[in-house]
Write a protein that binds this ligand. Structure first.
Ligand code: FAD
Ligand code: DHB
Length: 391
Protein backbone atom coordinates (compact mmCIF):
# COMPACT_ATOMS: atom_id res chain seq x y z
CA UNK A 1 0.00 0.00 0.00
CA UNK A 2 1.25 3.52 -0.77
CA UNK A 3 0.16 7.00 0.38
CA UNK A 4 1.47 10.52 0.86
CA UNK A 5 0.96 10.68 4.63
CA UNK A 6 0.82 7.55 6.80
CA UNK A 7 -1.07 8.34 10.00
CA UNK A 8 -0.60 5.99 12.96
CA UNK A 9 -3.55 6.18 15.39
CA UNK A 10 -7.20 7.25 15.05
CA UNK A 11 -7.60 9.30 18.22
CA UNK A 12 -8.53 12.96 17.85
CA UNK A 13 -5.06 13.85 16.49
CA UNK A 14 -4.99 11.23 13.72
CA UNK A 15 -8.62 11.66 12.71
CA UNK A 16 -8.47 15.45 12.53
CA UNK A 17 -5.18 15.35 10.62
CA UNK A 18 -6.74 13.01 8.05
CA UNK A 19 -9.64 15.45 7.65
CA UNK A 20 -7.40 18.54 7.28
CA UNK A 21 -5.23 16.79 4.67
CA UNK A 22 -8.27 15.53 2.77
CA UNK A 23 -9.65 19.09 2.65
CA UNK A 24 -6.29 20.27 1.29
CA UNK A 25 -6.30 17.56 -1.39
CA UNK A 26 -3.51 15.49 0.20
CA UNK A 27 -4.09 11.74 0.51
CA UNK A 28 -3.43 9.75 3.67
CA UNK A 29 -4.05 6.34 5.23
CA UNK A 30 -5.01 6.03 8.92
CA UNK A 31 -4.02 2.87 10.83
CA UNK A 32 -5.80 2.22 14.15
CA UNK A 33 -5.03 -0.79 16.34
CA UNK A 34 -8.42 -0.91 18.09
CA UNK A 35 -11.90 -1.31 16.65
CA UNK A 36 -14.28 1.54 15.91
CA UNK A 37 -16.36 1.05 19.07
CA UNK A 38 -13.26 1.44 21.29
CA UNK A 39 -12.31 4.80 19.73
CA UNK A 40 -15.91 6.03 19.87
CA UNK A 41 -16.51 5.06 23.49
CA UNK A 42 -13.29 5.68 25.41
CA UNK A 43 -14.20 8.42 27.93
CA UNK A 44 -11.59 11.15 28.07
CA UNK A 45 -11.59 14.87 27.33
CA UNK A 46 -14.63 17.11 27.54
CA UNK A 47 -13.50 20.69 27.00
CA UNK A 48 -12.68 22.27 23.64
CA UNK A 49 -10.82 25.56 23.59
CA UNK A 50 -12.20 28.36 21.43
CA UNK A 51 -9.45 27.69 18.84
CA UNK A 52 -10.21 23.95 18.71
CA UNK A 53 -13.91 24.58 18.11
CA UNK A 54 -12.98 27.09 15.37
CA UNK A 55 -10.66 24.55 13.68
CA UNK A 56 -13.41 21.90 13.68
CA UNK A 57 -15.81 24.42 12.13
CA UNK A 58 -13.34 25.44 9.42
CA UNK A 59 -12.76 21.73 8.69
CA UNK A 60 -16.50 21.17 8.15
CA UNK A 61 -16.64 18.83 11.15
CA UNK A 62 -18.70 20.86 13.61
CA UNK A 63 -22.36 20.55 12.58
CA UNK A 64 -23.28 18.34 15.55
CA UNK A 65 -20.90 20.18 17.91
CA UNK A 66 -22.72 23.43 17.06
CA UNK A 67 -26.08 21.78 17.71
CA UNK A 68 -25.28 19.73 20.82
CA UNK A 69 -22.12 21.26 22.33
CA UNK A 70 -22.53 23.56 25.31
CA UNK A 71 -20.87 26.96 25.17
CA UNK A 72 -19.36 27.82 28.57
CA UNK A 73 -18.45 31.38 29.45
CA UNK A 74 -16.77 30.62 32.75
CA UNK A 75 -15.74 28.20 35.47
CA UNK A 76 -16.16 28.27 39.22
CA UNK A 77 -13.24 28.05 41.64
CA UNK A 78 -14.30 26.72 45.02
CA UNK A 79 -12.20 26.68 48.19
CA UNK A 80 -12.65 27.26 51.93
CA UNK A 81 -16.44 26.89 51.40
CA UNK A 82 -16.47 29.92 49.05
CA UNK A 83 -17.36 30.17 45.37
CA UNK A 84 -15.77 32.41 42.76
CA UNK A 85 -16.77 32.63 39.10
CA UNK A 86 -14.12 33.34 36.45
CA UNK A 87 -15.85 35.14 33.57
CA UNK A 88 -13.98 34.19 30.38
CA UNK A 89 -15.45 36.60 27.77
CA UNK A 90 -15.12 39.58 30.12
CA UNK A 91 -11.46 38.79 30.82
CA UNK A 92 -10.32 37.68 27.36
CA UNK A 93 -12.12 39.92 24.88
CA UNK A 94 -14.94 37.46 24.20
CA UNK A 95 -13.37 33.99 24.30
CA UNK A 96 -15.19 30.93 25.66
CA UNK A 97 -14.90 27.11 25.63
CA UNK A 98 -17.23 24.35 24.41
CA UNK A 99 -18.26 21.28 26.37
CA UNK A 100 -18.33 18.51 23.74
CA UNK A 101 -16.86 15.11 24.52
CA UNK A 102 -13.82 13.63 22.78
CA UNK A 103 -15.94 10.56 22.00
CA UNK A 104 -18.30 12.77 19.99
CA UNK A 105 -15.47 14.58 18.17
CA UNK A 106 -14.09 11.16 17.16
CA UNK A 107 -17.52 9.85 16.06
CA UNK A 108 -18.05 12.93 13.86
CA UNK A 109 -14.59 12.69 12.24
CA UNK A 110 -14.91 8.92 11.64
CA UNK A 111 -18.31 9.39 9.99
CA UNK A 112 -16.91 12.10 7.68
CA UNK A 113 -13.87 10.00 6.76
CA UNK A 114 -15.99 6.99 5.88
CA UNK A 115 -18.46 9.15 3.94
CA UNK A 116 -15.52 10.48 1.91
CA UNK A 117 -14.53 6.90 1.13
CA UNK A 118 -11.01 7.67 2.40
CA UNK A 119 -8.84 4.92 3.96
CA UNK A 120 -9.23 4.39 7.72
CA UNK A 121 -8.25 0.90 8.85
CA UNK A 122 -9.48 -0.33 12.23
CA UNK A 123 -7.80 -3.31 13.91
CA UNK A 124 -4.63 -2.34 12.02
CA UNK A 125 -1.78 -2.32 14.51
CA UNK A 126 1.40 -0.49 13.48
CA UNK A 127 4.39 -2.62 14.42
CA UNK A 128 7.24 -0.27 13.47
CA UNK A 129 8.08 2.90 11.57
CA UNK A 130 11.11 2.23 9.38
CA UNK A 131 13.51 4.35 7.31
CA UNK A 132 12.28 7.57 8.96
CA UNK A 133 15.48 9.34 7.99
CA UNK A 134 15.07 8.58 4.26
CA UNK A 135 12.68 9.98 1.58
CA UNK A 136 10.60 6.79 1.75
CA UNK A 137 9.55 6.08 5.33
CA UNK A 138 7.38 2.97 5.83
CA UNK A 139 5.00 1.67 8.45
CA UNK A 140 4.92 -2.07 9.03
CA UNK A 141 1.50 -3.10 10.34
CA UNK A 142 -0.78 -6.07 10.96
CA UNK A 143 -4.39 -5.77 9.75
CA UNK A 144 -6.74 -8.42 11.11
CA UNK A 145 -3.88 -10.93 11.42
CA UNK A 146 -2.18 -10.17 8.07
CA UNK A 147 1.15 -8.29 7.94
CA UNK A 148 1.51 -5.49 5.39
CA UNK A 149 3.63 -2.40 4.66
CA UNK A 150 2.44 1.19 4.14
CA UNK A 151 4.92 3.18 2.02
CA UNK A 152 4.74 6.93 2.59
CA UNK A 153 6.29 10.31 1.87
CA UNK A 154 5.70 11.27 5.51
CA UNK A 155 4.61 9.43 8.65
CA UNK A 156 2.79 11.15 11.50
CA UNK A 157 2.77 9.28 14.81
CA UNK A 158 -0.61 10.11 16.40
CA UNK A 159 -0.57 6.89 18.44
CA UNK A 160 -0.76 8.29 21.95
CA UNK A 161 1.50 7.84 24.97
CA UNK A 162 1.71 4.03 24.58
CA UNK A 163 2.30 4.12 20.81
CA UNK A 164 5.26 2.77 18.84
CA UNK A 165 6.02 5.58 16.37
CA UNK A 166 8.47 7.45 18.55
CA UNK A 167 10.62 4.32 18.96
CA UNK A 168 11.91 5.18 15.48
CA UNK A 169 13.68 8.22 16.98
CA UNK A 170 17.18 7.10 18.03
CA UNK A 171 17.77 7.52 21.78
CA UNK A 172 20.75 9.76 21.11
CA UNK A 173 18.55 12.20 19.15
CA UNK A 174 15.80 12.44 21.79
CA UNK A 175 15.35 14.04 25.17
CA UNK A 176 12.50 13.38 27.59
CA UNK A 177 11.26 15.69 30.35
CA UNK A 178 8.98 14.15 32.97
CA UNK A 179 7.23 14.75 36.25
CA UNK A 180 4.88 12.34 37.99
CA UNK A 181 2.38 13.14 40.75
CA UNK A 182 1.55 11.03 43.82
CA UNK A 183 -2.20 11.07 43.01
CA UNK A 184 -4.66 10.31 40.22
CA UNK A 185 -8.27 11.09 39.30
CA UNK A 186 -11.19 8.76 39.90
CA UNK A 187 -13.66 9.74 37.16
CA UNK A 188 -17.34 8.85 37.02
CA UNK A 189 -20.17 9.29 34.54
CA UNK A 190 -23.59 9.59 36.16
CA UNK A 191 -27.12 9.83 34.79
CA UNK A 192 -28.04 13.00 36.63
CA UNK A 193 -28.29 16.61 35.42
CA UNK A 194 -25.15 18.59 36.38
CA UNK A 195 -25.58 20.31 39.76
CA UNK A 196 -24.13 23.52 38.36
CA UNK A 197 -24.37 25.04 34.88
CA UNK A 198 -20.59 25.57 34.64
CA UNK A 199 -17.56 23.48 35.64
CA UNK A 200 -16.56 23.62 39.30
CA UNK A 201 -12.88 23.19 40.26
CA UNK A 202 -12.81 22.59 44.04
CA UNK A 203 -9.82 22.61 46.35
CA UNK A 204 -10.46 20.93 49.71
CA UNK A 205 -8.14 19.72 52.48
CA UNK A 206 -9.36 16.17 51.67
CA UNK A 207 -8.37 16.59 48.01
CA UNK A 208 -9.41 18.11 44.69
CA UNK A 209 -12.81 17.54 43.06
CA UNK A 210 -14.13 18.56 39.63
CA UNK A 211 -17.71 18.82 38.47
CA UNK A 212 -18.10 18.61 34.70
CA UNK A 213 -20.75 17.33 32.32
CA UNK A 214 -21.40 15.56 29.04
CA UNK A 215 -24.92 16.89 28.38
CA UNK A 216 -27.79 18.54 30.26
CA UNK A 217 -28.68 15.03 31.52
CA UNK A 218 -25.24 13.47 32.19
CA UNK A 219 -22.68 14.56 34.80
CA UNK A 220 -18.96 13.85 34.70
CA UNK A 221 -17.20 14.14 38.06
CA UNK A 222 -13.66 13.57 39.27
CA UNK A 223 -12.05 13.01 42.68
CA UNK A 224 -8.36 13.21 43.56
CA UNK A 225 -7.32 9.76 44.84
CA UNK A 226 -3.94 8.34 45.96
CA UNK A 227 -1.69 7.01 43.21
CA UNK A 228 -2.40 3.33 42.47
CA UNK A 229 -6.07 3.46 43.58
CA UNK A 230 -8.36 0.89 41.86
CA UNK A 231 -11.68 2.35 40.67
CA UNK A 232 -13.60 -0.65 42.00
CA UNK A 233 -12.23 0.01 45.51
CA UNK A 234 -14.73 2.89 45.74
CA UNK A 235 -18.43 2.10 46.24
CA UNK A 236 -20.98 4.37 44.54
CA UNK A 237 -22.37 5.90 47.75
CA UNK A 238 -18.84 6.37 49.06
CA UNK A 239 -18.00 8.40 45.92
CA UNK A 240 -21.08 10.64 46.28
CA UNK A 241 -20.37 11.16 50.01
CA UNK A 242 -16.80 12.22 49.26
CA UNK A 243 -17.85 14.50 46.38
CA UNK A 244 -20.39 16.13 48.68
CA UNK A 245 -17.74 16.81 51.33
CA UNK A 246 -15.28 18.32 48.86
CA UNK A 247 -17.86 20.50 47.07
CA UNK A 248 -19.47 21.73 50.34
CA UNK A 249 -20.16 25.49 50.36
CA UNK A 250 -21.23 28.06 52.94
CA UNK A 251 -24.48 28.65 51.02
CA UNK A 252 -27.32 26.27 50.12
CA UNK A 253 -25.71 24.73 46.98
CA UNK A 254 -26.56 21.05 46.70
CA UNK A 255 -24.97 18.12 44.83
CA UNK A 256 -27.58 15.95 43.08
CA UNK A 257 -26.87 12.20 43.02
CA UNK A 258 -27.78 9.68 40.33
CA UNK A 259 -26.86 6.23 39.00
CA UNK A 260 -23.13 5.89 38.22
CA UNK A 261 -22.69 4.30 34.79
CA UNK A 262 -18.87 4.28 34.52
CA UNK A 263 -15.85 4.50 36.84
CA UNK A 264 -12.14 4.69 36.01
CA UNK A 265 -8.86 6.02 37.40
CA UNK A 266 -6.48 8.23 35.41
CA UNK A 267 -2.86 8.63 36.50
CA UNK A 268 -1.33 12.12 36.41
CA UNK A 269 1.81 12.87 34.46
CA UNK A 270 3.69 15.73 32.83
CA UNK A 271 5.89 14.47 29.99
CA UNK A 272 7.48 15.94 26.85
CA UNK A 273 9.47 14.17 24.11
CA UNK A 274 11.82 16.46 22.20
CA UNK A 275 12.17 16.92 19.31
CA UNK A 276 8.76 16.17 17.79
CA UNK A 277 10.32 15.28 14.44
CA UNK A 278 12.94 12.87 13.19
CA UNK A 279 13.56 12.95 9.43
CA UNK A 280 10.17 12.33 7.82
CA UNK A 281 8.53 11.08 11.01
CA UNK A 282 6.48 13.70 12.89
CA UNK A 283 4.98 13.12 16.34
CA UNK A 284 1.64 14.71 17.30
CA UNK A 285 -0.60 14.77 20.37
CA UNK A 286 -0.11 12.39 23.31
CA UNK A 287 2.60 10.54 21.34
CA UNK A 288 4.83 13.57 22.01
CA UNK A 289 3.50 15.11 25.21
CA UNK A 290 1.25 14.48 28.19
CA UNK A 291 -0.21 17.02 30.61
CA UNK A 292 -2.06 16.29 33.85
CA UNK A 293 -5.76 16.79 33.02
CA UNK A 294 -6.46 19.67 35.44
CA UNK A 295 -6.14 22.38 32.76
CA UNK A 296 -8.15 20.42 30.11
CA UNK A 297 -5.33 20.89 27.61
CA UNK A 298 -4.41 17.44 26.16
CA UNK A 299 -6.84 17.19 23.26
CA UNK A 300 -6.43 20.88 22.48
CA UNK A 301 -2.66 20.45 22.18
CA UNK A 302 -3.15 17.49 19.85
CA UNK A 303 -5.31 19.71 17.63
CA UNK A 304 -2.64 22.44 17.61
CA UNK A 305 0.02 19.93 16.47
CA UNK A 306 -1.94 18.53 13.54
CA UNK A 307 -3.07 21.99 12.38
CA UNK A 308 0.61 22.98 12.35
CA UNK A 309 1.59 19.87 10.36
CA UNK A 310 -1.22 20.17 7.80
CA UNK A 311 -0.46 23.86 7.25
CA UNK A 312 3.27 23.15 6.84
CA UNK A 313 2.77 20.34 4.33
CA UNK A 314 0.26 22.39 2.32
CA UNK A 315 2.75 25.28 2.30
CA UNK A 316 5.46 22.97 0.93
CA UNK A 317 3.17 21.71 -1.82
CA UNK A 318 1.99 25.22 -2.75
CA UNK A 319 5.30 27.12 -2.56
CA UNK A 320 8.04 24.49 -2.64
CA UNK A 321 9.34 25.85 0.68
CA UNK A 322 9.99 23.38 3.52
CA UNK A 323 10.51 26.21 6.02
CA UNK A 324 7.28 25.56 7.98
CA UNK A 325 7.83 21.80 7.99
CA UNK A 326 11.39 22.29 9.22
CA UNK A 327 10.06 24.52 12.02
CA UNK A 328 7.34 21.97 13.03
CA UNK A 329 8.92 20.75 16.25
CA UNK A 330 9.97 24.20 17.44
CA UNK A 331 6.55 25.74 16.59
CA UNK A 332 4.63 23.00 18.42
CA UNK A 333 6.93 22.90 21.44
CA UNK A 334 6.43 26.61 22.17
CA UNK A 335 2.72 25.96 22.64
CA UNK A 336 3.31 22.60 24.37
CA UNK A 337 5.49 24.12 27.07
CA UNK A 338 2.93 26.86 27.76
CA UNK A 339 0.30 24.15 28.25
CA UNK A 340 2.72 22.15 30.43
CA UNK A 341 3.26 25.21 32.59
CA UNK A 342 -0.46 25.96 32.90
CA UNK A 343 -1.42 22.33 33.61
CA UNK A 344 1.30 22.06 36.25
CA UNK A 345 0.18 25.34 37.84
CA UNK A 346 -3.50 24.28 37.92
CA UNK A 347 -2.58 20.86 39.32
CA UNK A 348 -0.37 22.17 42.11
CA UNK A 349 -2.85 24.96 42.83
CA UNK A 350 -5.79 22.65 43.43
CA UNK A 351 -4.44 19.28 44.68
CA UNK A 352 -3.14 19.08 48.24
CA UNK A 353 -0.11 16.77 47.90
CA UNK A 354 0.11 13.89 50.36
CA UNK A 355 2.54 14.96 53.09
CA UNK A 356 2.24 18.67 52.24
CA UNK A 357 3.38 20.88 55.09
CA UNK A 358 1.01 23.41 56.71
CA UNK A 359 3.16 26.10 55.08
CA UNK A 360 2.50 24.61 51.63
CA UNK A 361 -1.24 24.38 52.36
CA UNK A 362 -1.31 28.08 53.25
CA UNK A 363 0.61 28.96 50.07
CA UNK A 364 -1.96 27.08 47.98
CA UNK A 365 -4.77 29.10 49.58
CA UNK A 366 -2.79 32.31 49.09
CA UNK A 367 -2.40 31.51 45.37
CA UNK A 368 -6.17 30.98 45.10
CA UNK A 369 -6.85 34.20 47.01
CA UNK A 370 -4.59 36.02 44.59
CA UNK A 371 -6.54 34.75 41.56
CA UNK A 372 -9.92 35.74 42.99
CA UNK A 373 -8.79 39.18 44.14
CA UNK A 374 -6.61 40.37 41.25
CA UNK A 375 -8.02 40.96 37.79
CA UNK A 376 -4.51 40.46 36.36
CA UNK A 377 -4.12 37.03 37.99
CA UNK A 378 -7.64 36.02 36.99
CA UNK A 379 -7.04 37.17 33.41
CA UNK A 380 -3.89 35.05 33.25
CA UNK A 381 -5.95 31.96 34.16
CA UNK A 382 -8.80 32.83 31.76
CA UNK A 383 -6.43 33.42 28.82
CA UNK A 384 -4.65 30.10 29.32
CA UNK A 385 -7.86 28.12 29.95
CA UNK A 386 -9.65 29.39 26.83
CA UNK A 387 -6.42 28.80 24.88
CA UNK A 388 -3.83 30.83 23.06
CA UNK A 389 -4.40 31.32 19.31
CA UNK A 390 -2.82 28.57 17.18
CA UNK A 391 0.68 29.76 16.29
P1 FAD B 1 -5.09 9.18 21.81
O1 FAD B 1 -6.44 9.71 22.06
O2 FAD B 1 -4.40 8.40 22.87
O3 FAD B 1 -5.17 8.30 20.49
C1 FAD B 1 -4.13 7.44 20.06
C2 FAD B 1 -4.72 6.34 19.20
O4 FAD B 1 -3.66 5.57 18.65
C3 FAD B 1 -5.60 5.37 19.99
O5 FAD B 1 -6.85 5.23 19.36
C4 FAD B 1 -4.80 4.08 19.99
O6 FAD B 1 -5.62 2.94 19.99
C5 FAD B 1 -3.99 4.21 18.71
N1 FAD B 1 -2.75 3.42 18.70
C6 FAD B 1 -1.86 3.25 19.73
N2 FAD B 1 -0.84 2.46 19.34
C7 FAD B 1 -1.10 2.11 18.04
C8 FAD B 1 -0.41 1.30 17.11
N3 FAD B 1 0.72 0.67 17.40
N4 FAD B 1 -0.94 1.15 15.87
C9 FAD B 1 -2.10 1.78 15.53
N5 FAD B 1 -2.80 2.56 16.40
C10 FAD B 1 -2.30 2.73 17.62
N6 FAD B 1 -7.79 16.94 27.05
C11 FAD B 1 -8.43 18.11 26.82
O7 FAD B 1 -8.03 18.85 25.91
N7 FAD B 1 -9.53 18.52 27.55
C12 FAD B 1 -10.00 17.75 28.57
O8 FAD B 1 -11.02 18.13 29.16
C13 FAD B 1 -9.31 16.52 28.88
N8 FAD B 1 -9.74 15.74 29.87
C14 FAD B 1 -9.16 14.52 30.06
C15 FAD B 1 -9.66 13.71 31.05
C16 FAD B 1 -9.10 12.46 31.25
C17 FAD B 1 -9.66 11.61 32.35
C18 FAD B 1 -8.02 12.00 30.41
C19 FAD B 1 -7.42 10.63 30.59
C20 FAD B 1 -7.53 12.81 29.42
C21 FAD B 1 -8.07 14.07 29.23
N9 FAD B 1 -7.61 14.91 28.23
C22 FAD B 1 -8.21 16.12 28.05
C23 FAD B 1 -6.50 14.48 27.37
C24 FAD B 1 -6.95 13.94 26.00
O9 FAD B 1 -7.92 12.93 26.17
C25 FAD B 1 -5.76 13.41 25.21
O10 FAD B 1 -4.74 14.38 25.22
C26 FAD B 1 -6.14 13.07 23.76
O11 FAD B 1 -6.84 11.85 23.71
C27 FAD B 1 -4.91 12.96 22.85
O12 FAD B 1 -5.28 12.55 21.57
P2 FAD B 1 -4.31 11.72 20.65
O13 FAD B 1 -5.06 11.51 19.37
O14 FAD B 1 -2.98 12.36 20.61
O15 FAD B 1 -4.07 10.34 21.41
C1 DHB C 1 -13.03 17.45 31.93
C2 DHB C 1 -11.76 16.99 32.10
C3 DHB C 1 -10.79 17.86 32.53
O1 DHB C 1 -9.53 17.45 32.66
C4 DHB C 1 -11.08 19.18 32.84
O2 DHB C 1 -10.11 20.01 33.30
C5 DHB C 1 -12.36 19.62 32.67
C6 DHB C 1 -13.34 18.75 32.21
C7 DHB C 1 -14.09 16.51 31.48
O3 DHB C 1 -13.77 15.34 31.25
O4 DHB C 1 -15.24 16.93 31.34
Amino acid sequence: MRTTVGIVGAGPAGLLLARLLHNAGIDSVVLESHDRAYVEQRQRAGILEQGTADVLRAAGAADRMDREGLRHDGIELRFSGRRHRVDFPALTGGRSVTVYAQTEVCKDLIALRLADGAPLLFEAEALAVEDADTDRPRVRFRHRGVEDVLECDYVVGCDGFWGIARRAVPAAAARVFERTYPFGWLGILADVPPSHDELVYARHDRGFALLSMRSPAVSRLYLQVPEGTEAQAWGDEEIWDELERRFATDDDWKLERGPITQKSVTPMRSWVHEPMRHGRLFLAGDAAHIVPPTGAKGLNLAVGDVVTFARALTHLRDTGSAALLDAYSETCLRRVWQAERFSYDMTTLLHPAPGATPFEDRLQLARLERIVSSRAAETDLAEAYTGFPFG
